[in-house]
Design a binder for this molecule. Structure first.
Ligand SMILES: NC(=O)c1ccc[n+]([C@@H]2O[C@H](COP(=O)([O-])OP(=O)(O)OC[C@H]3O[C@@H](n4cnc5c(N)ncnc54)[C@H](OP(=O)(O)O)[C@@H]3O)[C@@H](O)[C@H]2O)c1
Length: 216
């Protein structure tokens, strides 16, 4: 599968890029800058060499989205929607994954930010003529990008296009330590997105690190 990580040069992008590349998928790291995308792809390929096999290439976001079957928006939510507007044409009918978590800090506490569309994934779906699937919100990026670490995390996946959702769930289940669960239509995405500020508040207040979720 050809997978683009749009804004894949950041915290969540590295873990997804390298873990999917190790599984033999063709990975394209996207960035606003072609130069940065290529530099990051080189960096990720160096890491790959030390832990297994795989190949990652880097392109500007539009080219990356054009090349891919599935594009994951690993971009801060504040900037993801304007990026989506600019990529609308190249993403028509393609699978787009939203890990976006809209939240704001009020004092010392992170609060989920309700959007008029219901959730970040629904807002993305309202902009794009794409098959939007919502996933990966509750993965702690730092631990996920430590390739010596073991973890067991559940991933709640939502979407209105059942075959797109199944593809993303199948892909997710290929990553050792992740277990995908069908959470329902895109209308429930806000419930999954809002777990992330809860996890962050729990970590900050209780001096914990790298909290993920497991449904047991
Ligand atoms: N971090 C986590 O633990 C985590 C966990 C689950 C879900 N998420 C979600 O995943 C998404 C990415 O999070 P992250 O922590 O990986 O983000 P990040 O590292 O802060 O940023 C990712 C990339 O976004 C691009 N970017 C920054 N400003 C931009 C702008 N104005 N317009 C377009 N692109 C811009 C940058 O890439 P270029 O400079 O190369 O363009 C940057 O490297 C967020 O929506 C977040 O809610 C994060």
């Amino acid at each position: 599968m050809k997978i683009a990580l749009l804004g894949g040069t950041g915290h969540l992008g590295i873990g997804l890029a390298i873990r999917f590349a190790l599984l033999g998928h063709e990975i394209i790291v996207g960035s606003r800058s072609t130069e940065k995308a290529k530099t990051k792809a080189d960096e990720y390929n160096q890491i790959l060499k030390t832990i297994g096999e795989g190949k990652i290439v880097g392109y500007e976001n539009e080219k990356a989205a054009e090349m891919a079957d599935i594009s994951i928006f690993t971009i801060p939510w504040e900037y993801a929607f304007s990026t989506a507007e600019s990529l609308k044409e190249v993403l028509v009918d393609k699978i787009v994954v939203s890990p976006l978590v809209p939240m704001e800090k009020v004092g010392k506490t992170f609060i989920y930010k309700r959007l008029p569309e219901g959730s970040a994934a629904e807002k993305l779906a309202s902009i794009l003529d794409s098959r939007v699937v919502s996933a990966y919100h509750n993965i702690p990026a730092e631990k996920f990008a430590n390739f010596n670490e073991k973890f067991e995390w559940d991933v709640a996946v939502c979407g209105d296009d059942e075959s797109a959702k199944k593809k993303v769930m199948d892909l997710t289940n290929q990553i050792e330590g992740l277990k995908a669960w069908d959470a329902g239509p895109l209308a429930v995405s806000s419930m999954v997105e809002s777990i992330t500020p809860l996890l962050i508040n729990l970590m900050v207040r209780n001096k914990m690190r790298d909290l993920g979720v497991r449904f047991v």
